[in-house]
Design a protein around this ligand. Structure first.
Ligand code: ADP
Length: 593
């Protein structure tokens, strides 16, 4: 048993003992007092009655004549019978006879007139007194009866009874009370301890299990059989624990859902408290800022994420308690554009933190720029041939139609620009088709070398014109599963460029190799090559190293972009290696299946 239990037992037992002590005290006090009073009253009444009886034996004559011999023998006989001291006195207090004294001693006895009971009796009333008898060394009750003759007090009859019997009786009663008190105290102590222990045991059980509850361990249950208040308390605690366990379970599930939502969000989420310390961040934030969630929670914002602009937003929100939104360009760890929405978190009406939602706007902004550039490029590309067509048509209409020397030339220029426009529109349409999500590849198995042969046939005239040599070094039997027409488009574009951007008598080689389960096809030319600074952008729409030359050669600047899209739709990659002035190697990969 622990000290606390002792304390409880002591308190309870002490209460019992205290109650018993107080009750016994009151009972003893009033009982003792009443008993003594009643006993004294009874003794007095009995003495008075006896005095009246004795008085009848004393004649006025014997008394007036002070017949001491008669009186002495009378008091001695009666005293023995009623067992109390009898004294007869004259009205002036002189003792005439005393049952306790011999006749010889009487004259030597002092006058009793000054004794209070004698005094009272002398005045005609019944005197009573309790005082200590020096003769007998004991408390005595004295009752003095006036003896009257013709209405006058002629003497006093005094009866005295020792109160030793009464005292003895009171002592016995007091002892009984005292022993009962001891017995009751002992009983109270033993029963108190037993009862307290009986109460403490289930309470201790409850304390132990409640502690477990407070530590979040709800596997324990309180088993108390009794149907009393403790049993009810135990049942209530068990129910409460069950409810809490259910509630905590619900909260945990909700929390897990919330964590799953936060972690799967593409937006970065940061929660800080009112002192700008990180409360939580999600996976996207880890990615954006190249940080790890571990040991980050509880850190000051700037310690975790070194960005003063975001901190400024947090401070504004914490100070004003208002939603704030802005766009920021982050320079580190990578250059990115973010839209930051910051909302205050309130607790009991006071700003207690800030929630930041970070949207990565880099792609959107890039797309917007690309769209703007694209529109500008298309407009520009369309404008050049349209201006020429318009100009030459006007020239012809204004009279040049009759100019036999030039009219055909003008019409040919109009035709070439119309063709260019047509090609441009065709390329734009196929590019837009390739970029649309609905595109479906019509895959089939075919031999790569054979297909390249067919494409080469289409360029025969151009090759001969430039005196160029072309070598199809692809091995026979390389069969791929792809959209044949579109792959033909890829070869057409690459061979067209290889011929266009090669000097006369140049050589083109087409060969392939297997790499990581893919077929890599290389179209190598000995042409003008591409400056290093342009290589990374060569596959962009409308990007050309030399715009004027490309246009002159009938190019639209969309060919390589179309190639890239077709290859990527097949799950492959494109690339180029080139040295300016020495030639280029355009390559692309295709999965075999
Ligand atoms: P176009 O050929 O219509 O101009 P492309 O998208 O096919 O457009 O090519 C883009 C640019 O890439 C060309 O304008 C040219 O500057 C460069 N280029 C493409 N192929 C070659 C090559 N084989 N040799 C050198 N430059 C090339």
């Amino acid at each position: 048993m622990k000290i606390k239990d002792h304390n409880f037992i002591f308190k309870l037992t002490f209460s019992y003992v205290f109650i018993i002590l107080i009750s016994f005290g009151f009972i003893a006090f009033f009982l003792d007092k009443k008993l003594e009073e009643n006993a004294l009253k009874d003794i007095k009444a009995s003495l008075v009655n006896q005095a009246y009886l004795i008085e009848t034996q004393i004649s006025a004559e014997n008394l007036i004549k002070e017949n001491t011999i008669f009186l002495d023998s009378l008091v001695k006989i009666l005293s023995k019978k009623i067992n109390c001291r009898i004294t007869v006195l004259n009205s002036r207090g002189k003792v005439l006879a005393d049952s306790e004294k011999s006749l010889d001693e009487i004259p030597n006895m002092e006058n009793h007139a000054d004794r209070p009971e004698i005094n009272t009796a002398s005045s005609g009333l019944i005197g009573e007194e309790i005082h200590y008898s020096r003769t007998l060394s004991i408390d005595m009750m004295y009752v003095a009866l006036p003896i009257k003759d013709k209405g006058e007090v002629i003497g006093v009859l005094r009866l005295a009874l020792p109160l030793s019997d009464l005292k003895e009786m009171l002592t016995v009663i007091r002892k009984a009370i005292f022993f009962s008190l001891f017995f009751a105290l002992g009983l109270a102590f033993v029963l108190g301890s037993m009862l307290t222990k009986a109460i403490i045991k289930p309470i201790n059980k409850m304390i132990y299990v409640s502690r477990k509850f407070s530590q979040g361990d709800f596997s324990h249950k309180i088993f108390i059989d009794s149907k009393d208040e403790l049993g009810e308390l135990a049942t209530t605690l068990n129910k409460m624990a069950q409810n809490m366990e259910d509630k905590i379970g619900e909260i945990e599930v909700k929390n897990q859902h919330l964590v799953a939502i936060l972690e799967s969000m593409v937006e970065g989420i940061i929660v800080v408290d009112k002192t700008s310390r990180i409360v939580s961040i999600n996976f996207t934030v880890e990615k954006i800022f190249n940080i790890s969630k571990k040991n980050l929670e509880g850190k000051i914002f700037l310690e975790a994420i070194r960005n003063n602009d975001i901190l400024d937003i947090i401070n504004v929100v914490l100070k004003k308690g208002e939603f704030t939104s802005c766009e920021l360009t982050l320079m580190w760890p990578v250059q990115k554009i973010f839209q930051i929405n910051a909302s205050p978190i309130f607790e009991k009406g006071i700003v207690n933190g800030c929630l930041l939602v970070i949207h990565d706007m880099t792609e959107i902004r890039k797309l917007e720029t690309m769209r703007r550039d694209f529109v500008a490029n298309v407009s520009h590309e369309l404008k050049t041939p349209l201006t020429s067509i318009k100009g030459f048509t006007e020239t012809l209409l204004e009279g040049a139609l009759d100019d036999k020397e030039n009219n055909m030339h003008f019409l040919k220029i109009i035709q070439s620009h119309t063709e260019r426009l047509n090609k441009l529109v065709d390329d734009l349409l196929s590019l837009s088709h390739l970029e649309s999500k609905e595109i479906q590849l019509k895959k089939q198995e075919f031999d790569l070398k054979e297909q390249v042969e067919q494409v080469i046939v289409n360029f025969k005239a151009q090759l001969e014109k430039k005196g160029m040599d072309i070598k199809n070094e692809l091995s026979r039997g390389i069969v791929i599963n792809a959209d044949k027409d579109r792959i033909e488009g890829v070869f057409t574009n690459l061979l067209d460029n290889a011929i266009k951007f090669s000097k006369d008598k140049g050589v083109i080689k087409i060969y392939g190799q297997e790499e990581n389960g893919k077929i890599k096809i290389i179209v190598e030319d000995s042409g003008i090559g591409i400056p290093e600074k342009d290589i990374s952008r060569i596959f962009e729409r409308f990007y050309r190293v030399d715009k004027a030359r490309s246009r002159e050669l009938g190019g639209t600047g969309l060919g390589l972009s179309i190639v890239k899209h077709i290859v990527e739709l097949h799950g492959g990659n494109v690339g180029v290696e080139s040295v300016e002035g020495f030639g280029s190697k355009f390559w692309f990969t295709l999965p075999k299946q």
